[in-house]
Design a protein. Structure first.
Length: 139
């Protein structure tokens, strides 16, 4: 997958937002034959994250926004994608603006995810990623 493909795949943001995206440092070395999705935090814009998934032979990407607040480390929290339980400061509420008119009105969908967006892939994780993307893209 190429950088232009990733930028064009972003379904819930403007072209300006997509062009401002910072790709992961190791993007050129990623082995896409071993991946079905990629999540990462923007190195320059710390509250932004991105999730890209192959669906029907095409990449589909989402711009995510991390919540301002961080939960106490003394508690545990669960990522709803990989369902791993971690210290709560390693899990963040991410929201994604809905696609189309709903997104322009400010409608968002949110869920708790690993703060680094580096969930280990697996069939169940991929199904949850697909469900989240489908909910964001449903207008």
């Amino acid at each position: 997958m190429t950088e232009p493909q990733i930028r064009r795949s972003m379904a819930n943001c403007s072209r300006g937002d997509a062009s401002a995206m910072t790709l992961p440092k190791d993007f050129a070395e990623l082995d896409w034959s071993q991946r079905t999705f990629l999540g990462w935090r923007d190195a320059r814009l710390d509250r932004r994250g991105y999730l890209v998934r192959w669906r029907d032979g095409e990449p589909v990407g989402l711009l995510l926004r991390a919540a301002d607040s961080v939960m106490s480390r003394r508690r545990a929290a669960m990522c709803l994608l990989c369902q791993s339980v971690r210290p709560s400061d390693e899990v963040t509420l991410f929201t994604a603006r809905r696609k189309g008119d709903a997104g322009r009105r400010g409608d968002t969908i949110g869920t708790y995810m690993c703060a680094d967006l580096a969930c280990a892939p697996g069939d169940e994780v991929e199904a949850r990623v697909d469900a989240f993307i489908a909910e964001v893209l449903h207008s």
